[in-house]
Ligand binder design. Structure first.
Ligand code: KG4
Ligand code: ZN
Length: 399
């Protein structure tokens, strides 16, 4: 039954428990409507999956099962259950077997604490809205959602109103980072072995020379005048170079500097591709006279914690007088706070708030966020200056 909110309920300070199990992090948090994070906890499973070279669903499921009780106990340690209004839980998109764990555990909690409402959460919507907890960002705004499983460029018009300008046609940038890091055996490198692939790459790239290797922009991304992404061709090329030049940790022909240079090259290629799409999105907003869409650009999702990406996009935004807003790094990667906050945003508007958990709540592995307006972008055939920094005066190649 959908909750019928009384006026009192809307105006008193809300407290929501958020539960996140969409991939390999078991996370929970309690957040209130004054934007206070009352508690948070997260157990990462990285080390259990690393030997297998990727997330193993059955391992993820077992760890979520073991971790949910202690993680929720930790966040509720100093909080009375009767001061909580609702539980918000990720139900899509993600690893279905993992999402089930969060949903089943939420059901048990709701059976015990019957005063609580239930709010199903779209994991990518939560990434897109987190910035409104940490910064004063009114609607609408442009957002880049870049993570291990997604890459979406869109407009957030409201809590439940999202337009997709473009998304990845194959793999996400996080996956390209993770698979490249794996090929380079960075999980054996003592300096970065405890980091996620993208974070390891970013760390090594800080002291690397991105010009030492040349990765050719794929013909797809050069030809398509849209805001969609493609990292599959780039990953194949990265793999070829790694194989040919033996660029991996432990290789007799690869010293530390070579690793750093190649990491910088991979990072620059991924970031340049994203930058072109963001640039086209800015031009698109101008073309259709939706300047309010591009007053602010938000970077979200795990890959948005990449400092080089932030720097490049910040330069682009400064050029166009756009404010770039990034949630703190700890809220870019998966966490419970973003789920709880999404719960607050939905509860306040009474959007899909259930007084009792429906009998059937089924997780969804895939679930597009909002409406697709990418064809409108294509229709304008907008060219982006290849090196936009030379826009003024000099010649430039159009992509
Ligand atoms: O949002 P997230 O925590 O989980 C998903 O929903 O996928 O994103 C995880 C992804 C991983 O692919 C990880 O390698 C990448 O974010 N990542 C980074 C950085 N930190 C995490 N990628 C680039 N630079 C980073 N600093
Ligand atoms: Zn995520």
């Amino acid at each position: 039954m959908i909750r019928n909110l009384s006026i009192n309920r809307i105006y008193h300070s809300l407290r929501i428990l958020g539960i996140e199990t969409s991939c390999d992090d078991t996370a929970a948090a309690v957040v209130d409507s004054q934007r206070t994070i009352l508690s948070q906890a997260c157990r990462n499973q990285l080390k259990y999956h690393q030997p297998w070279g990727g997330i193993v669903p059955s391992i993820a499921k077992n760890h979520h099962y073991e971790n949910l009780v202690p993680v929720v106990a930790e966040v509720m340690k100093d909080i009375e259950w009767n001061t909580i209004d609702a539980i918000a839980t990720s139900v899509k998109p993600g690893l279905v077997i993992s999402l089930w764990q969060g949903i089943n555990f939420t059901r048990q909690l709701l059976q015990k604490y019957t005063h609580l409402s239930f709010i199903p959460i779209h994991h990518m919507e939560a990434h897109a809205l987190t910035v409104r907890l940490t910064h004063d960002v009114p609607f609408p705004y442009m957002v880049l959602l870049a993570s291990g499983g997604h890459c979406i460029l869109g407009i957030v018009e409201d809590v439940d109103k999202f337009y997709r300008l473009g998304e990845t046609k194959d793999i996400a940038p996080g996956e390209a980072f993770d698979k490249s890091a794996r090929e380079m055996k960075l999980h054996e490198h003592p300096l970065v072995q405890d980091m996620a692939g993208g974070a390891a790459m970013g760390y090594l790239a800080r002291e690397g020379d991105e010009k030492r290797y040349q990765l050719i922009t794929s013909s797809y991304s050069a030809k398509m005048k849209d805001c969609s992404f493609s990292f599959g061709g780039m990953l194949s090329q990265i793999r070829r170079v790694i194989g040919k030049e033996s660029i991996y940790y432990g290789s007799s022909s690869t010293d530390e500097q070579k690793l750093k240079d190649f990491a910088a090259c991979i990072q620059a290629s991924i970031v340049r591709h994203i930058e072109t799409r963001v640039h086209r999105a800015i031009l698109f907003c101008d073309t259709i006279q939706k300047s309010q869409w591009k007053q602010r650009l938000v970077l979200a999702g795990g890959v948005a914690s990449n400092l080089y990406l932030r720097q490049r996009i910040n330069d682009l935004c400064s050029h166009y007088g756009i404010e770039l807003v990034c949630p703190p790094v700890e809220f870019c990667t998966d966490n419970g706070v973003m789920i709880a906050w999404n719960g607050i945003e939905r509860y306040r508007r009474n959007l899909n708030v259930f007084e009792r958990m429906p009998e059937i709540v089924v997780p969804e592995g895939r679930s597009p966020l909002g409406s697709d307006i990418s064809e409108q972008v294509c229709a304008y055939d907008l060219s982006v200056p290849f090196d936009w920094k030379t826009i003024l005066g000099k010649k430039h190649v159009l992509l």
